[in-house]
Write a new protein. Structure first.
Length: 315
């Protein structure tokens, strides 16, 4: 599978539905095409689903349904994949800090596989993807300047016109949805961080409550992270020895962090607004169930905290 080619086909479908999705294509015919899905364009739920599926190279199916009322009386984002390493780690994970003068964004999508700048790729067995096209998703409150877009294309080793960037701010419907759709992704990344061989994960399913869209990006970042940390639930199917699961499953949920129990925005502010100064063990779903296809055993761990979810969502 060429991840960027798969995403590029989805970009074409997204543009065919531009009016329906309430997105705007900023393409001057010369420079890198940029699609606004939630910066100045209104976007919406459908745009958020399309944006998320593009970020995961079409290997993650996304839907929105009513959340369990015991957690939050609103919608929740449901994801599933039968290609969890490719979808979640090689594509969806926001592992690229895209920066320029007066610009910063968290970059995700299969463009990361084209650049393969992150150590993660070697560890999960992915070489740099040879591709003529590249597609990325940016979480940012503004559209990227031309020079940043060109640098990303150069890093991906594609012609400038052959890169497409889809952008949404966190404080938008599409942006909120695509962050909350990372329940399975955070579980996969946490498994990798605690030393589990993620190639043994066969399929993944995750849900997390979708918060009200905040008035500003900082509040939105707090709410979306709390949605996963305190309300996210993930089911994984693996094929390995039970001993390998038994060694790590209690380390995967967010309650394995000493920071668990405090709203994300308070922890973020205490870290000086720097994600990378926060405890990395916190970035994972609230609860996880791992079923071993080899033995039929199931392992569960974690704590869902509806009280914190509701406090965060109504702040």
């Amino acid at each position: 599978m060429n991840l960027n080619e798969k995403s590029n086909r989805l970009v074409g479908q997204m543009l065919d539905r531009a009016d329906e999705l309430r997105i705007v294509n900023h393409d001057d015919g010369v420079n890198v095409p940029v699609i606004d899905a939630g910066v100045k364009a209104p976007g919406g739920i459908a745009a958020g689903i399309a944006l998320t599926e593009i970020s995961a190279a079409g290997l993650l199916q996304v839907s929105v349904s009513p959340a369990g009322p015991h957690i939050y009386p609103g919608p929740e984002v449901v994801v599933r994949t039968d290609h969890p390493v490719a979808a979640c780690l090689a594509s969806q994970y926001a592992g690229w800090k895209v920066a320029g003068e007066n610009f910063f964004a968290m970059g995700s999508g299969p463009m990361r596989a084209a650049a393969a700048k992150e150590e993660l790729y070697g560890k999960i067995g992915f070489a740099a993807e040879s591709t003529n096209v590249a597609v990325g998703v940016l979480e940012s409150s503004e559209l990227p300047p031309v020079e940043v877009c060109k640098q990303v294309a150069d890093d991906c080793q594609v012609e400038h016109r052959n890169l497409t960037l889809v952008v949404a701010r966190t404080a938008s419907i599409a942006g909120t949805l695509q962050v909350v759709a990372r329940s399975a992704e955070t579980a996969m990344h946490k498994l990798h961080e605690v030393g589990f061989d993620v190639s043994q994960v066969v399929s993944a399913f995750g849900v997390a409550p979708m918060p009200p869209v905040a008035a500003d990006d900082l509040t939105a970042i707090g709410r979306t992270n709390d949605a996963i940390i305190y309300g996210g639930r993930v089911q994984l199917w693996v094929n390995c020895e039970d001993a390998a699961i038994d060694e790590i499953y209690a380390k995967v949920p967010s309650n394995s962090s000493a920071s668990f129990g405090k709203k994300f925005i308070d922890l973020f502010n205490a870290a000086g607004g720097d994600f990378y100064k926060m405890d990395p063990m916190l970035f994972s779903p609230a609860w996880i169930r791992i079923t071993n296809l080899k033995t039929g055993r199931t392992f569960e761990s974690g704590i869902v905290k509806p009280d914190i979810v509701r406090q965060s969502f109504h702040a």
